[in-house]
Write a protein that binds this ligand. Structure first.
Ligand code: HEM
Ligand code: HEM
Length: 223
């Protein structure tokens, strides 16, 4: 096992470790903003869906003896749908800022907490004789999943910002549909990642080896 770097000092508790103040701030802020962002999508696609609310608006006004056309009702229903998307976009700016912050802090993280050195050290340890391959392979898989998550987050941020920007640029408008499709697929990938991540964390908390990882992500860990 890698001793010099201090990475795997707790051989049997690979997931226990120190987390810098910045990474903890980034992690929990990203958790809150991503959850909020997903919630706005849910609202916009369900309760505040324009098409579904057209009859609601018409029936409501009919009760006050006001008759409006489908077009007029659509315009009002669309206004509420727009509010949800505007909120989503504003949360998107925060998420983009947090992503920028995540890239920036990578340069200031202690070496043993940096993404690439962790991967390199894990690969190095895998090649050493007498190591517990099963645990290390799982650890490597989880670290690769984090890297994959960062890539998907980058795609979400770039496609999201592209959609905002393309609204004002005539030539980019025709690309908006395809970019929006990529953005939507990204959501399902993110949802899958989050579900697996939380299952993984709960599983680790239940295991004898790695219980305590959530408190490490809160108080910084004491490796
Ligand atoms: C939107 C939801 C979430 C996202 C996107 C997310 C993302 C991430 C990422 C990218 C990392 C790796 C950080 C790094 O070292 O580079 C991480 C680690 C971690 N997350 Fe989350 N997380 C989410 C929700 C949660 C929740 C709800 C919990 C607790 C119940 C949690 C507990 C942890 C723990 C304990 C670690 C450290 C595990 C380790 O050292 O391998 N996460 N998370
Ligand atoms: C957690 C990450 C994100 C998820 C899961 C997500 C999900 C979605 C989904 C599903 C849509 C609807 C696409 C469609 O049906 O056409 C959407 C639209 C949009 N998103 Fe995101 N998004 C995320 C992050 C971002 C970010 C970082 C931005 C950047 C500002 C952003 C900006 C937008 C914009 C501008 C729209 C179009 C809204 C409209 O049609 O008026 N999103 N997003």
């Amino acid at each position: 096992m890698e001793k010099e770097s201090g990475l795997f000092e707790r051989k049997n508790e690979l997931f226990r470790g120190k987390h810098s103040r910045s990474i903890r701030f980034w992690h929990w802020s990203t958790f809150v903003i991503t959850t909020g962002s997903l919630f706005t999508v849910l609202l916009a696609k369900t309760l505040l869906n324009t098409r579904k609310n057209i009859p609601v608006v018409q029936e409501n006004l009919r009760a006050s003896n006001i008759a409006i056309t489908v077009g007029q009702a659509k315009s009002l229903a669309h206004e509420f749908n727009d509010m949800a998307w505007n909120f989503h976009t504003n949360l998107g700016y925060i998420l983009a800022g947090l992503f920028g912050f995540r890239i920036l802090i990578e340069f200031f993280q202690p070496k043993e907490q940096k993404v690439i050195p962790i991967l390199k050290n894990t690969l190095k340890s895998l090649r050493q004789p007498g190591t517990d391959l099963k645990d290390l392979k799982y650890y490597l898989f989880v670290r690769c999943a984090y890297l994959f998550f960062y890539l998907v987050l980058a795609v979400q941020v770039c496609t999201g910002l592209f959609m905002v920007y393309s609204d004002d640029v005539e030539d980019l408008k025709k690309l908006r549909h395809s970019v929006s499709d990529i953005h939507s697929v990204g959501m399902w990938v993110l949802l899958t990642y989050i579900a697996l991540h939380i299952i993984g964390v709960v599983y680790s908390e239940h295991s004898k080896k790695n219980s305590g990882i959530v408190s490490d992500m809160i108080n910084g860990g004491q490796n």
